[in-house]
Design a protein around this ligand. Structure first.
Ligand SMILES: *Cc1c(COP(=O)(O)O)cnc(C)c1O
Length: 419
């Protein structure tokens, strides 16, 4: 009875983000097999904090972690933590970095805190994701103390600018790079960045929330070339792998730093000797959901080829969307469509406001209902952003959606013309 009432009450305000024509933000849907495994996790109600609380949940995380490392070409000795999402994966990685950099200066940050600690410098790009700054604010590293490096026209960090920046810094340095710009899909040149960072003994973190999935495809792998050189890497499974929320993963090369930054360090937690792994030691949480099961199920059912074709298909559909839209003179594509993101705007006739027209087209599309997409700001311009991240999107969905977007552009343009 309560469930029926909840269902009826909530339904009008439920958003079809899991559907094949939802192109807003970068969210993805859920593979049926992952939903089924997630239901099992709920029914089993396992607490995946400690090995003894659920040996199966612990094993699923070990196995899924190894498969993910293999899939991304990351070193197998990297430690892994299964966490709520990309934001907390970034947080965990940066906490490990904070530990390692301060340890080199003889400072035990977990024990002594940051008061009186020797300074370290955090470097990001102009285009780093907001979750990096949210993580820094929680870690006491200060979002306002960050040194930001210039990016190119696609939003990629410029290695020459990074090199110049690093030459001016005389403290240990933590550099945050990104695989997958949320607007353009572009990836920072990770290999070149890694060589600059490691030349000065710094820590390189790569935020690969959705872009790291490029590494799972031979066609797109070159975009994230060098990611295996990173000291820490974060990724989301609830985005492009299409598993239910909440599912992010962090990988850290210096497993001891990762452990030191996260362990609860209570003697009674040392219950299982040998290889048995307490998941809680790799994330900020104690009691936690058994996140390994849905990831295990998704990876196992897709297999290596299935993961590759999920990535390839979304990228191909993004190019198809861009091709349909750019055939119309009303459309200006703003990015080079290298991954699953298409960024565009609708130039207004002379004298009219392109930002306003673009916003009007977005509103029309959202009201029209064939598909959903959102707006963003790109290099000072208002833009429409389309993300193709859902396993169930087909060419037909793209064709229908492109036609609907163009019809809305015509309607919004006619409005401007007649006003
Ligand atoms: C989505 C995203 C995040 C944040 O991930 P959540 O899972 O929403 O916490 C971080 N970085 C990038 C590049 C993203 O796209």
């Amino acid at each position: 009875h309560v469930i029926e009432q909840l269902w009826k009450t909530a339904d009008p305000a439920i958003v079809a983000t899991a559907g094949p024509r939802y192109f807003g933000f970068v969210v993805g849907g859920s593979l049926p097999v992952a939903v089924a495994a997630d239901w099992l996790s709920t029914i089993w109600d396992q607490n995946a904090g400690l090995y003894v609380l659920s040996p199966a949940a612990a094993a699923a995380e070990v196995i899924a972690g190894n498969w993910l490392k293999e899939c991304f070409g990351l070193p197998m000795e990297m430690s892994a933590g299964f966490i709520t999402g990309g934001t907390m994966a970034n947080f965990t990685a940066l906490a490990a970095a904070r530990h390692a950099l301060l340890e080199k200066l003889g400072w035990d940050v977990e024990e002594q805190g940051l008061v009186g600690a020797p300074p370290i410098t955090v470097v990001t790009s102009e285009e780093s994701h907001v979750s990096i700054f949210a993580s820094l604010q929680m870690l006491g590293l200060g979002r306002g103390r960050v040194v930001r490096v210039a990016t190119d026209d696609q939003g990629r960090m410029r290695p020459d600018a990074l090199k110049g920046t690093l030459e001016e810094i005389h403290t240990p340095v933590l550099v945050c790079a990104q695989a997958g710009n949320v607007n353009t899909g572009a990836c920072d040149p990770i290999e070149a960045i890694a060589s600059c960072v490691h030349a000065c003994g710094g820590w390189l973190h790569v935020d690969g929330a959705f872009g790291l999935w490029a590494a799972a495809s031979p066609r797109y792998r070159s975009l994230v070339h060098g990611v295996a050189l990173a000291d820490s890497v974060s990724v989301d499974c609830h985005k492009w792998l299409n598993v239910p929320y909440d599912s992010g993963v962090v990988f850290v090369r210096d497993a001891a730093a990762h452990h030191a930054a996260m362990t609860l360090n209570a003697p009674y937690y040392v219950m299982a000797p040998g290889i048995e792994r307490d998941n809680t030691n790799w994330v900020p949480e104690a009691s936690r959901r058994a996140r390994g099961f849905p990831i295990y199920a998704a990876l196992r059912s897709l297999g290596r080829n299935g993961i590759t074709s999920l990535v390839d298909r979304c990228c191909q559909l993004a190019r198809l969307m861009a091709a349909h839209l750019s055939a119309d003179p009303r459309v200006q594509i703003l990015n080079s469509v290298v991954l699953n993101q298409v960024l565009l705007r609708f130039p207004a006739p002379s004298g009219a406001d392109t930002d306003a027209l673009t916003a009007a087209v977005i509103r029309h599309v959202q009201g029209e209902g064939t598909c959903w997409l959102g707006g963003t700001t790109w290099q000072g311009m208002h833009a429409m952003r389309i993300s193709v991240s859902n396993w169930s999107t087909t060419e037909k969905d793209i064709e229908m959606s492109a036609a609907a977007i163009l019809a809305c552009a015509k309607a919004a343009g006619d409005n401007i013309g007649s006003s």
